[in-house]
Design a protein around this ligand. Structure first.
Ligand code: GLN
Length: 304
């Protein structure tokens, strides 16, 4: 398969169409990002990298990091974790608070903010230095030093973190939170403020295309069964209230972030990361989704 030519074609077509959106500004620091950046990197299961555009520029991975934190927590807490967080698509915005009351403090899934806060809380219970260990873990599965925390982005989100703080206290009121709220929020804001390039992000997702085995870390990260389940969660919940649309148009398990990144996997074939900062009204990158739609059309395969 000539992945390089295909992603170059995709890149050109997306640039020609030039569908636009809006850079996230509810985290003020993210509003400063140059909106014209666009990169794609695909990594196959032999470790070959195919890249085009701004694939070597680090960007804020935001909610994509929720896949990394879930991976760290899942094997340590399975199955008890699933009494604290559900595995259902939310059909609601990522920062919705109303649904948490209807569901009596059990978030709909681990990828909306409320669910990711429960995961961050579980991480704080099991790891002594959670933030450092998240960075170490990602460097391991990417096979190189690949990640850093942008402290300006982190502080910017922290200073405007009323909604996530409210969600955390709301979870605590339902006794679904074990650690001090400030400590968990610190970990959550830190992992959302991690920066990676498209290439390194795609490398860090490679194990999910490979039944849980990381060719870069040279070890089994998750059992096959756990890897399949994370992919199922990405497919059904990775794009919040746009998860159906992404499954329909692209047909791959994927996860978006408000920094404009999307990471996705084609099981047994490749992992891919696409980044362009401009978002649609659901908070997902316009060009990244379009690029992945064109990619699976041109490849004539997806999960389906
Ligand atoms: N850090 C962001 C928040 O908590 C992540 C949201 C996202 O990427 N969808 O609001």
């Amino acid at each position: 398969m000539d992945y390089q030519s295909i992603i170059e074609e995709v890149y050109q077509e997306v640039q020609q169409e030039n569908q636009r959106g809006k850079v996230a500004n509810y985290i003020p620091e993210l509003a400063h990002v140059n909106p014209d950046q666009f990169g794609i990197a695909l990594v196959d299961l032999q470790g070959n990298v195919f890249a085009v555009g701004d694939s070597q520029i680090p960007f804020s991975i935001q909610s994509i990091s929720k896949v990394h934190t879930l991976t760290m927590v899942f094997p340590k807490f399975d199955p008890q974790l699933w009494s604290r967080v559900n595995v259902e698509p939310s059909g609601n915005p990522f920062n919705s608070i109303a649904q948490l009351e209807y569901e009596k403090g059990i978030p709909r899934n681990p990828f909306i903010n409320a669910g990711a806060l429960v995961i961050a809380d579980a991480l704080c219970s099991k790891y002594d230095h959670p933030t450092e260990q998240i960075l170490e873990f990602i460097n391991e599965i990417a096979g190189k030093n690949s990640v850093s925390i942008n402290s300006a982005v982190k502080n910017s989100e922290k200073n405007h973190g009323e909604r996530n703080t409210a969600l955390a206290y709301f979870l605590k009121s339902y006794k679904n939170f074990d650690n001090p709220v400030d400590q968990v929020l610190e970990v959550y804001f830190s992992h959302c403020a991690m920066e990676m390039t498209c290439e390194d992000l795609a490398r860090s997702f490679s194990f999910l295309a490979n039944d849980g085995y990381s060719i870069f870390g040279e070890r089994k990260i998750l059992s096959e069964s756990h890897a399949r389940r994370i992919n199922a969660l990405m497919l059904t919940c990775g794009f919040y209230d746009e998860a159906g649309e992404f499954a329909y148009r692209v047909g791959l398990p994927g996860k978006s972030g408000v920094g404009g990144g999307v990471a996705a996997v084609m099981p047994h074939k490749f992992s891919i990361a696409v980044w362009c900062p401009e978002l649609n009204e659901k908070g997902n990158s316009v060009k990244a989704i379009r690029a992945l739609e064109l990619l699976t059309d041109k490849l004539s395969f997806s999960l389906f």
